[in-house]
Design a protein. Structure first.
Length: 372
């Protein structure tokens, strides 16, 4: 694991857990909201949570990926709302990976303080309608004209898209041996020709907003290129996909532990029927959730390491099986014990199911690649 002092991790966990209890857990309306709760986002900014992953020189926290994972687990566990954590996590992960690690000095000086305070929100724009994120299918393009790149295309399923001030747009800039080459551009919302579409109506991950953008002859200056020209897919998008999946393990771990707490409270209400067999089942659930937490922390630590950790893929594959095991046991307990759960417990279970389902294809491909 990365050499982050245990006391620092404990401080992060306590600070974020306290915030989640105070500002997220007491909001029973979050799963029903159509609009984003800007009041919570502003409080995150005031408490420096939106700058957790950014350097101190830009008024951030200077946190590692392990600290992000610890914070994500605590926020989900105590806040008991996955959508709010997803929006927060994508904002700080994209800010750290693309701007701090791959952005030029000009962009860092211009936007990092705003990202840390929450004055600006950032969104990653890769997927396209009917095409997903497959590099063979992506069509959004950029071509050079004088000192600007002209971008055209449409992007969809952008986490935080409807509330973003800044978009990292991935566009095709040419072909080599019939293989598309991609470059990432930072495109402000205020750029002429950029249209933000209405939020998508999703029945999960609320209140995290998802949406799309349309780019029509958007002029982007050369200094807004992120990372190496024409190498964005291999040098940034593929590594970020692994990072995103690794950090999401902490959201799984936190939500699973939160479910155990809620379920335990429901069962313990009938003290006279709280027999050892029920305790055993709850203990198994808790052990799976805690194992997921260990895996999540280890996966995040691997991203802090300078080594090429080949075991990371195995952790991601194993975690997928653990979530399924947890879900099956959870549903069994609900059914056999005839437990009437509350809405928060049901919505947590629904969001976990959605996250797990979205990762099935990716997990299968990773298993195949491990066998080669």
């Amino acid at each position: 694991m990365a050499s982050v002092p245990a006391k620092d991790l404990l401080f992060v966990k306590k600070k974020v857990a306290c915030f989640a209890k105070k500002y997220i857990a007491n909001r029973d309306d979050l799963h029903l909201l159509q609009d984003f709760p800007y009041d919570i986002w502003e409080k995150m900014g005031h408490n420096n949570l939106l700058g957790l992953s950014l350097p101190e020189k830009y008024e951030g926290w200077g946190g590692s990926y392990l600290e992000i994972a610890v914070a994500a687990e605590a926020m989900t566990r105590e806040g008991q709302n996955i959508g709010m954590v997803v929006s927060w996590l994508i904002h700080i992960a994209v800010s750290r990976f693309f701007i701090v690690e791959h952005g030029n000095n000009f962009l860092q000086e211009k936007i990092l303080k705003k990202l840390a305070s929450g004055k600006n929100t950032i969104s990653l724009a890769v997927s396209e309608p009917g095409k997903g994120s497959s590099p063979k299918l992506l069509e959004t393009s950029g071509y050079l004209s004088d000192n600007f790149y002209i971008l055209n295309g449409e992007k969809t399923y952008l986490t935080n898209g409807p509330i973003a001030d800044l978009f990292i747009v991935v566009a095709v800039v040419g072909k080599v041996d019939n293989k598309k080459k991609f470059t990432a551009f930072l495109v402000p919302k205020s750029t002429p020709g950029l249209l933000v579409k209405k939020p998508m109506e999703l029945d999960f991950f609320r209140p995290s907003p998802h949406g799309g953008i349309i780019l029509s002859d958007c002029m982007v200056p050369l200094e807004n290129i992120i990372g190496e020209y024409a190498l964005a897919y291999d040098s940034m998008l593929k590594p970020f996909a692994l990072l995103e999946d690794s950090l999401m393990l902490s959201v799984f771990a936190g939500s699973m532990t939160g479910q155990v707490y809620l379920l335990s409270d429901l069962i313990k209400k009938d003290v006279h029927k709280f027999f050892d067999n029920k305790k055993e089942k709850l203990g198994k659930l808790k052990s799976i959730a805690y194992t997921m937490r260990i895996i999540a922390y280890e996966a995040a630590s691997m991203h802090d390491s300078s080594y090429n950790n080949v075991e990371l893929i195995s952790l991601l594959v194993l975690s997928h099986d653990l979530v399924k095991q947890f879900q099956n046991l959870f549903n069994q307990i609900i059914k056999t014990e005839n437990i009437k759960g509350n809405s928060r417990l049901a919505l947590l279970a629904s969001d976990i199911f959605q996250m797990h389902s979205m990762g099935k294809r990716k997990t299968r491909l990773r298993c195949i690649n491990l066998a080669l």
